[in-house]
Design a protein around this ligand. Structure first.
Ligand SMILES: Cc1cc2nc3c(=O)[nH]c(=O)nc-3n(C[C@H](O)[C@H](O)[C@H](O)COP(=O)(O)OP(=O)(O)OC[C@H]3O[C@@H](n4cnc5c(N)ncnc54)[C@H](O)[C@@H]3O)c2cc1C
Length: 408
C-alpha cells in the first residue's frame, strides 16, 4: 500500500475512505497453508465483507437495526450450517468455519454473531443432539434460513454458572411443560426455533427442547441500550407453561454434559471471531498511519507509531498462529475444550488490546463510526464475555494444568 493513495479530500476534510477494508495482513505466511476449500470460503466472505458489509453496516449499528439484506446473503454464500454434513448444510471443514467467522467479524460482529447463534449454537445443538428424524425435520429449512434459530441457556441468575439453571421441564403425557426465565438470548425475538435448555423435574437432569414459535406462554423482549453488537438483538425470555411435544425433545441431550459439548464446539470459533476484530483494527490503524499527516509527515514515519504498529502486528500474528493450530486440531478431530478455551481467552484478551491501540492511533477519528474501529472496539467486549468469559476460560485452563478446580 502506498501512503496517501486512498485519501479523498472534500470541503477541506480528508476522508479515509478505505479504512476497514482488508490489507491482507499475513506476516508469517499462514495463508500459504490454506487448502483450496479453505481459500475459496475465505476469499468469498472477504469480498462480501469489503463490497457489501462495510459500505453500510455503520448505519445499522448506530440505529440498532437488523441488516436483513446482509443476513439473507449468508445462505446465498453457502456458509450456513458450519461443518454439518448433509441436510443442505455448508459442510465446511472446521478450519474453513473458523476462516468464515474470522472474516465476518472483520466486517461486523453483529453479522457474525447472528450466524454464530443460528448455525454454531442452534443448528449444531440439533446436529449434535438430535435424532436423524429431528435433523431432517429442522436442519434443511435452517440451512436456507427460512427458519431462524436461537439458543436459550443463560438465565438472569445463572450466567457463568449456567450449569445451575432453574428453568424447569415437567412431563405431562406426550408433552413437556416449560417454565422459567432466560436472558441474553440472541435472535430470541425473531427465531422460529428456540433451543431451550431446562431441568427435568423428575430426574434433575438438563434436557434440550426445540420450542417452535409463536408458542403460547413464550414471551420475548429485546434487551435495550446495548452498546456492543448493536445490529443483532438479544432477548429476555419468559416461559410460562409452554407446552412442547415429546418429539421436540432433543433425544441426545441427556444431561448438562451434552449442552457443554455444543458450547465446547463453538468456543474455538470465538477465538477466530476475536482475530477478525483485531485484524480490522490493525489494518485500519496501519492504513491511517500511512495516510494521516501531522508535523508535516505521515504518522507512520514517527518511531513511536512504528513501534506501536509492530507490537500490534506481533500480537496479531500470535493470534493467527493460535487459530491455525486450533483449526488443524479441529480438522483432525483433536481439539479439546481446554485448548479451545485457551485460544478464546488469549485471542479475546489480545484483540481488546489491539483495538484499544488502534482506536487511539486514529485520534478523534477513532471514535467515529464511519472509520469502523470504534465499532470493533465495542463489539469485542461482548465476545470477551459470551460463551464463557475470559476469566472462566482461565479457570478452566487453570484446573487443567494444576488439577485443582478453583471455581466450582
Ligand atoms: C451480547 C451477548 C450475547 C449472548 N448470547 C447468548 C445466547 O445467544 N444464548 C445464551 O444462552 N447466552 C448468551 N449470552 C450470555 C453469556 O453467555 C453470558 O453473559 C456469559 O456466560 C457470562 O454470564 P453473565 O453475564 O451472567 O456474567 P456473570 O457470570 O455474572 O459474571 C460476571 C463477572 O464475574 C466473573 N466470574 C463469574 N464467576 C466467577 C468465578 N467463579 N471466579 C472468578 N470470576 C468469576 C466473570 O468472569 C465476569 O467477569 C450472551 C451474552 C452477551 C453479552
Amino acid at each position: 500500500m502506498t501512503a496517501g493513495t486512498t485519501a479523498a479530500t472534500t470541503a477541506g476534510t480528508t476522508r479515509y475512505t478505505q479504512l476497514g477494508e482488508a490489507l491482507g495482513t499475513d506476516f508469517f505466511s499462514v495463508q500459504d497453508q490454506f487448502t483450496a476449500e479453505q481459500w475459496e470460503r475465505f476469499i468469498a466472505v472477504r469480498r462480501f465483507v469489503d463490497d457489501e458489509v462495510l459500505p453500510d453496516i455503520g448505519g445499522y449499528w448506530e440505529r440498532a437495526e437488523l441488516p436483513w439484506h446482509l443476513f439473507r446473503r449468508l445462505p446465498e454464500l453457502g456458509i450456513v450450517g458450519e461443518d454439518i454434513d448433509g441436510y443442505g448444510c455448508a459442510g465446511m471443514s472446521p478450519m474453513a468455519c473458523g476462516l468464515v467467522h474470522m472474516e465476518l467479524h472483520r466486517g461486523d460482529g453483529s453479522l457474525g454473531t447472528f450466524l454464530g447463534v443460528h448455525a454454531g449454537l442452534a443448528m449444531q445443538s440439533i446436529a449434535m443432539c438430535g435424532s436423524d428424524e429431528q435433523k431432517q425435520r429442522w436442519l434443511p429449512s435452517m440451512a436456507t434460513m427460512d427458519r431462524i434459530g436461537a439458543f436459550a441457556l443463560t438465565e438472569p441468575d445463572h450466567g457463568s454458572d449456567s450449569i445451575a439453571l432453574e428453568t424447569t421441564a415437567r412431563r405431562d403425557g406426550d408433552h413437556w411443560v416449560l417454565d422459567g426465565v432466560k436472558r441474553w438470548i440472541g435472535n430470541g425475538t425473531i427465531a422460529d426455533l428456540v433451543i431451550v435448555w431446562a431441568r427435568d423435574t423428575d430426574s434433575g437432569e438438563v434436557f434440550g427442547f426445540v420450542v417452535e414459535t409463536p408458542a403460547e406462554g413464550y414471551e420475548a423482549t429485546v434487551i435495550p441500550g446495548k452498546v456492543s453488537l448493536r445490529s443483532v438483538w438479544q432477548a429476555d425470555i419468559r416461559l410460562t407453561g409452554v407446552r412442547v411435544p415429546e418429539e421436540n425433545r432433543l433425544v441426545g441431550a441427556r444431561s448438562f454434559k451434552d449442552t457443554g459439548r455444543v458450547l465446547a464446539n463453538t468456543r474455538g470459533i470465538c477465538a477466530w471471531m476475536a482475530l477478525g476484530h483485531a485484524t480490522a483494527g490493525y489494518d485500519a490503524a496501519l492504513r491511517y498511519a500511512m495516510e494521516r499527516k501531522q508535523f508535516g509527515k505521515p504518522l507512520a514515519s514517527f518511531q513511536i507509531v512504528q513501534q506501536r504498529l509492530v507490537h500490534m502486528l506481533a500480537d496479531l500474528t500470535g493470534m493467527q498462529l493460535y487459530c491455525m493450530q486450533i483449526g488443524r486440531l479441529a480438522d483432525a478431530g483433536r481439539l479439546s475444550p481446554t485448548v479451545a478455551g485457551l485460544a478464546k481467552m488469549n485471542n479475546t484478551r489480545t484483540a481488546r488490546k489491539i483495538l484499544s491501540e488502534a482506536r487511539d492511533l486514529l485520534g478523534g477519528n477513532g471514535i467515529l463510526l464511519e472509520h469502523h474501529v470504534v465499532r470493533h472496539w465495542t463489539d469485542i467486549e461482548a465476545i470477551h464475555t459470551f460463551e464463557g468469559t475470559e476469566t472462566m476460560q482461565t479457570l478452566i485452563v487453570g484446573r487443567d494444568i494444576t488439577g485443582i478446580g478453583a471455581f466450582a
